[in-house]
Ligand binder design. Structure first.
Ligand code: TYD
Length: 203
């Protein structure tokens, strides 16, 4: 089964992933945890460019780099794991591109569709979306220190992203689980864990 985790900045994805990792290792369930951008050696180089706050990139250039990272990720990590019946959880994936480059950078959906279609990307079986207000997310991000190239965007960029995610999740309830990130980490973990286990048992 292929799982993805999505959300804006500072919503607590890393905390949730650490709890899930610990749980699935303890249960000896065959699971890999991976992330975008930067899961492969090639992707790490792309990630350095993408997050570098000292450079400016055209939105389409940014999209090409993210898609190059994704294609390497899918071919070298995600597809081989799925073929081997290993479950995969990716911290960010395709929906991030429609949210950040589509809603955030205002690249038209038709343009993104055209670029993405030839990549033949697998569709997640379940996407967990952690929802939090932009203001609250930013309070948490600021505590972490210096901001990267994305985190430096204006607040409306992130508001468009949140609205996009919420609409997408509400329009696709069969694929999405929305979790309110104001809940405490152990509650969020329990909700996510149960839905992941249900999906695995359904298959
Ligand atoms: P990262 O440090 O991994 O942050 P986060 O904890 O928010 O996931 O940075 C990844 C950044 O890349 C994040 O700001 C979102 C952005 N991004 C896109 O804009 N489009 C994409 O398709 C992906 C995968 C990430």
């Amino acid at each position: 089964m292929f799982f993805t985790l999505e959300g804006g900045e500072g919503v607590g994805k890393s905390t949730l992933i650490n709890l899930l990792k610990k749980y699935f290792i303890e249960k000896e369930i065959d699971f890999i945890f991976t992330r975008e951008p930067g899961a492969t050696p090639e992707g790490k180089k792309l990630r350095n460019i993408l997050l570098d706050k000292t450079i400016e990139l055209d939105s389409l250039s940014e999209t090409f780099l993210l898609l190059a990272d994704r294609l390497e990720h899918v071919k070298k990590i995600i597809n081989p794991a799925l073929r081997n019946n290993t479950h995969v959880l990716s911290d960010r994936y395709l929906d991030s591109t429609y949210a950040y480059q589509g809603a955030g950078r205002k690249i038209k959906t038709e343009v993104l569709d055209k670029l993405i279609e030839p990549l033949d990307l697998p569709i997640p079986d379940l996407t967990i979306y952690l929802d939090l207000s932009v203001e609250e997310g930013f309070k948490r991000v600021r505590k972490r220190g210096e901001l990267d190239r994305f985190e430096k965007q204006e607040i409306n960029f992130f508001k468009r992203i949140r609205t996009f995610y919420l609409n997408l999740a509400n329009e696709n309830p069969e694929r999405f689980l929305i979790i309110d990130s104001n809940k405490n980490p152990s509650e969020i973990f329990e909700i996510a864990k149960i839905s992941i286990l249900n999906k695995i048992n359904e298959s």
